[in-house]
Design a protein. Sequence first.
Length: 402
Amino acid sequence: MTEADAPASRRRVARTLAARVYIPTFIAEIGIGAMLPVLALSVIDMGHTAAFGSLAVVAYQLGRMPGSALGGGLAHRIGSAHAALVTLGVIALGSVIAALAPGLAVFMVGAVLVGLGHASYHVARQDQILGVISSTFIARSLTSLAGVWRISNFVGPLLGAGLIAIWGVDAIYWLGFVCILLAMAVLAAVGMRGDRRIVRPDHRVSLLEVAREQRHTLTTLGLTVVATGALRQARIAVIPLWASHVGLSPEVATLVFSISAGIDMLLFYPAGLTMDRRGRLWTAIPSSLLLAAGFIALPFTDGVAQVTAAALILGIGNGWGSGLIMTLGADVAPEHGRSVFTGIWMILQDIGGLAGPALVSLGAVIALPVGFFAVGGIGLATTGGFLAWVPRTRPAHHHEID
């Protein structure tokens, strides 16, 4: 391909990724984004306490743990687009079970299935992008995927709030079901071309085999993935917790969180462009430092303006790290067993996602700020891990879309 042909090729790649990956993901994530915030509310509506309500979120996170490995394995065996279609079906099944659940136990099964399918779908989508994009545009392509998730997860709860007001909480799961079916239809119509040729393996690769071969990477840079997962999930918990602690109403607390999410949502493309042009550390270091600063600053705030300022720091830090974990995973993934490695990589993030909110809760037993400071310390340690282990060079993968 000549230099003059490059812009046309990039536009063709962008259009193809939009049709095959971003549009189906946007539709699906609207439904998922509407469901996730109401998992705990549904349990409380059944007459259980808030403590039981939090178990629904735990059930979703537990479903994610094997889900990442499942997505990687399916992508390796049947192709990433076909894997995405199957895993959307798992989410659809989970949403129907949640909507029709007669009691807590059945509802938890639905929550686990939503988590299982959601994590699997994320890995399949990542693998599909990596199968068709050149190394020059990996960060932009993956941060755009992260941006799609953020935008749709911002839209989903807004739609869900209206449905709850009219038909009640259960209507959210039917919204999720409809969105998933629409995404499956779009994916089946335009997303399957070339799937078998690109990623169909000559032989199967086991998760344990890949983990053994990549144990050095997983026990070094992989630690920063766990820590980053902890930071990001703890961020979701600490903003409403502290807002409530200082006396802000639920409506104001929600607005503060929405402002933080809004700034987060706007930064995905600049972050990807910076990673591709300047290197991964240019987003990794500022992101982890800002997240650490936000956690440490939040306990010193009082009143809506100060809490919002700290929440904005957290939102900027999280947004500037959009797609970072996926991009680093793409950088260090082996050609042999890439999709399986991606599944392992995302499991590490899910482990952190469980640990972060748990650390906040444990700290709150002593005093609420203790957990905040502990997570802030993890952010500072993560910065050191990035400096030590992020590769300074990137692999030269080159693929073309049919």
